[in-house]
Design a protein around this ligand. Structure first.
Ligand code: PMP
Ligand code: GLU
Length: 397
């Protein structure tokens, strides 16, 4: 069949594929436990739901300006000032259908065919595909486990060519959970400014930090701010994945192009979800803090348990809600009759035999690892790790 070569080159999202396989198995009545999609198990806080109901009753059910309501753009600008010390005009804020959409808009706005974007690995599976969608070329630079999965300026220097246009930064990171320190960020900011690049700073996990603190790279001064597109949203912090609201803050000219692109691709994001997001951003921190504490407890348990099981190990992440489990010791071994040659092999046999869904990190540029999300209940975590232990023991570990 005649199809776009570009679209044919885009891979399906592994995270979403694993999640739908898990859900299909569950619907068939199979006793499966899932650690696939990074989606908080908590319900959206009540005060946010109430704001959405009020918005429906008040008739906020029509088109809004394509880049979002002025009320929400102002609320997001206030959020940046309050939480990140960054001053933006509402015209520099674009509200989109999830942070995913914000990212696609950003790449569309800054890339020309053949422009290179440095993607530090392990990376969230969608970055490389989004760059390709925008006719860019992803250049993967790998950060090792010994380096706490954090990229150094030396590694960035090596990847630099005259086609390099931008660097993606994601701190706290999906899938590694690592958080860059102030010094590390400052060094990257200096590199970006020195080479006149852009940085796409995906800060969607900023409130899910258990050690250290979040700093936006844009906050090191006007030079770096003028080269930064910040991506954020309410999916993770406010347990609002299904509402589909993300936002970007960018230099004025970039914001305008992003808004123009969006005005043709999708128009405004859902008007009711926008009203709910105004409430979310101006609400109390209590619910968020309760969720953060629960994630922290789960992380501690998960890290300790994984490191007590023979054959696997993990670093302790400082943020987000993922643990990368090192499975390199299992490679070359046969588990339940299957030779493990890749993270996909392990994830497949683990799902089929132990009925536990984890995400293979082949698609994240880290094939020695699988990702566990701990945005699930403590009971599920215990069950999943009991199954891991039993499965590996049964197979000689
Ligand atoms: N960035 C990262 C790093 C993510 O993990 C996600 C999760 N889907 C997103 C962006 C997009 O989130 P959403 O589209 O739900 O706002
Ligand atoms: N970001 C989440 C994850 O990595 C949700 C799924 C997705 O959008 O990829 O699991």
């Amino acid at each position: 069949m005649y199809l776009s070569e570009k679209a044919k080159g885009i891979k399906a999202s592994t995270t979403l594929a694993i999640d739908s396989k898990f859900k299909a198995m569950k619907a068939e009545g199979i006793d499966v436990v899932g650690f696939g999609a990074g989606e908080p198990d908590f319900d959206t806080p009540d005060y946010i739901k109430k704001a959405a109901i009020a918005a429906i009753e008040n008739g906020q059910t029509k088109y809004t300006p394509a880049a979002g309501t002025m009320e929400l753009r102002k609320a997001v600008a206030e959020k940046f000032l309050r939480e990140n010390g960054l001053s933006y005009e509402p015209s520099q804020i674009i509200i989109s259908n999830g942070a995913k959409h914000s990212l696609v808009n950003a790449f569309m706005a800054i890339l020309n065919p053949g422009d290179e974007v440095i993607v530090p690995a392990p990376f969230w599976v969608s970055y490389t595909e989004m760059v390709k969608l925008a006719d860019g070329v992803p250049v993967v630079v790998t950060a090792t486990e010994e380096d706490n999965f954090k990229i150094s300026v030396e590694a960035l220097e090596k990847a630099l060519t005259d086609k390099t246009r931008a660097v993606i930064l994601n701190s706290p990171s999906n899938p590694t959970g690592m958080v860059y320190t102030e010094d590390e960020l400052k060094a990257i900011a200096d590199f970006i400014v020195a080479h006149d690049l852009y940085v796409i700073s995906d800060e969607i996990y900023e409130h899910l930090i258990y050690e250290g603190k979040h700093i936006s790279i844009a906050s090191f001064g006007e030079e770096i701010k003028a080269r930064t597109i910040i991506i954020n949203g309410v999916s993770k912090t406010y347990a609002m994945t299904g509402w589909r609201i993300g936002f970007a803050a960018a230099p004025q000219e970039i914001a305008k192009v992003m808004a123009n692109v969006q005005s043709h691709a999708s128009s405004n994001p859902n008007s009711i979800a926008q009203a709910a997001t105004v409430a979310a951003l101006s609400g109390g921190r209590e619910e968020i803090e309760t969720m953060r504490k629960a994630f922290c407890e789960r992380r501690n348990y998960m890290v300790e348990r994984i490191n007590s099981i023979n054959g696997v190990s993990c670093k302790k992440p400082q943020g987000a809600f993922y643990v990368l489990m090192n499975i390199s010791a299992l490679k070359g071994k046969t588990l339940a009759g299957k030779l493990i040659e890749s993270s996909d092999d392990f994830a497949e046999v683990f799902l089929n035999e132990a009925k536990v869904a984890v995400v293979p990190c082949s698609g994240f540029g880290a094939d020695d690892f699988v990702r566990w999300s701990y945005a699930v209940s403590m009971d599920t975590i215990k069950e999943g790790l009991d199954r891991l232990e039993a499965f590996l023991q049964k197979n000689g570990f």
